[in-house]
Design a protein around this ligand. Sequence first.
Ligand code: NAG
Ligand code: NAG
Length: 329
Amino acid sequence: MKWYLAAALAGYTQAALRFGCSTVSIQRLDPVVEPGRIPSAHVHQIVGGNAFNATMNGDIGEEGTCTTCTFSEDFSNYWTAVMYFKHTNGTYKRVPIMQNTALPNGINGGMTIYYTQQDFNSNGNQKITAFPKGFRMTVGSPTTDSLNQKKNVGLRFVCLQDKGTRFPELPDFPTKPCKGGIMTVHHFPSCWDGKNLDSPNHQDHMYSTTKDAFQAAGPCPASHPVRMPQLAYETLWDTAQFKDMWPKDGSNPFTLSYGDDKGYGTHADYLFGWKGDSLQKAMDSNCMFNACENGRPLKSQGVAAMNACKAKKAITEDVDGWLKAMPGQ
Ligand SMILES: *[C@@H]1O[C@H](CO)[C@@H](O)[C@H](O)[C@H]1NC(C)=O
Ligand SMILES: *[C@@H]1O[C@H](CO)[C@@H](O)[C@H](O)[C@H]1NC(C)=O
């Protein structure tokens, strides 16, 4: 009887996407926060569709010719600040990005992207509404300069023993060397006001019911009643080459590209660009992770095609050498 009522309300489904996207570009552009500005304030790693540029308008799913993501209908762009290592000799080196565990081998850098429902187990018997065309949002803010546990819920660092380490989740940078590297995690808000594709601060059209570590979200408030997919990014930073260069005073040598060695300002950006109703189809299905590939219901591609896709660089500057300063800082 209970099951019957649930089915009558919205339909009980268990669907979740977890997939890799290789790096499409590493440069100073930010079409959400600083549209049109070349270069933008700090260096990002971007994954997804190759139309990525300083200005992005219209139906992103119909722009560009390829995507670095496993799901080949996903031309969205996903980005975060990159990480630099600060040597005691005063120079900076970009920390390489490595692929996550349980993804096909050979992915070039990139991020792991999640679209879950209420949690990993179900949609909570409610419709999960895919993002509309033109939708964009950010989470976190590079100007946050104190530890605000409540504000930064879902924005985490993990000190990796190996690629499978998930706990503990830290609110700021690990304070000792991490054998397997560092993972950053960004959980976006998932309750929408139902009206606005964006807002002046790129956040007020959304409301976060996120709890850490993919726990079941709380209910959406009346101001933001529409439950959307729970979007999350994982990025794995390969710190191994710096292990013998850790400062003698024990201070954290890593910094995000906008000059944040505490990690309080960790943030991420999202620009929706799935083709047609492909994301809605996935959220309405019962597919989990790579079982959603090969047309069941999503089209997918292999690692070689993902890695071959690149966005043009709008700025030619060195972001990778031993640099006197991080670009823009
Ligand atoms: C990116 O945007 C700039 C400035 O708006 C433009 O000049 C350039 O052609 C664009 N690049 C691509 C690849 O579309
Ligand atoms: C700083 O140290 C790195 C790593 O050993 C080295 O490659 C770089 O040239 C050094 N830079 C300066 C200015 O000493």
